[in-house]
Ligand binder design. Sequence first.
Ligand code: NAG
Ligand code: NAG
Length: 203
Amino acid sequence: MAIQDFLVASILLSCFIATSYGVSFSSLPETLVVTASPQPGQVLKAGEDTITVSWLLNTSSPAGIDFAYKTVKVKLCYAPISQRDRAWRKTVDDLEKDKTCQHMIVAKAYSSSNNNFTWIVQKDVPTATYFIRAYVYDSNNKEVAYGQTTNSNKATNLFDVQAITGRHVSLDIASVCFSAFSVVSLLGFFFLEKRRSKASQAK
Ligand SMILES: *[C@@H]1O[C@H](CO)[C@@H](O)[C@H](O)[C@H]1NC(C)=O
Ligand SMILES: *[C@@H]1O[C@H](CO)[C@@H](O)[C@H](O)[C@H]1NC(C)=O
């Protein structure tokens, strides 16, 4: 093998290796301050309630830390209590494999302050406990920083979403029962009314 071929092969191989691993979450600095409207423990209804999320660069960050910041993606993330026994929501340090934050809220161009967005909790969001995290990307679309509404243990400021299905099933059951009750009582009235009119005719 000629030396040039060897070089080309090594370069290709290193590119392949470089792209097959994601950025590790633990390597990212927390430079964004993210706040959101839900109160700790609040229960939001999917398809109805809204979340207003705000984010800005932490003002105590070193000047110029954000020179490579290009975009921000704000996501809804599963709290540890809703990841237990669910491999499909597992937290992995390699962000390409991480499944903590599966619901995109918004993607926006980076700006150091005055960012906010109001989102209707989408109907496909399952019942679970959540927090919100914002990832910052550079021009190569690689994660370079983050911010989140909870602490590093993901234990504070958590809120719940109640999915649409559970609620509607119980509503449907309630309305079916109510309709059945109405039909039965209508028949009952009809029957009583008939008996009454027969009785008065007999007099
Ligand atoms: C901003 O960063 C400093 C230093 O990392 C930290 O102590 C502080 O809590 C952060 N501020 C907010 C509002 O998160
Ligand atoms: C929300 O964002 C708008 C621009 O999109 C900005 O004008 C406004 O000041 C922001 N509000 C807050 C409370 O940050």
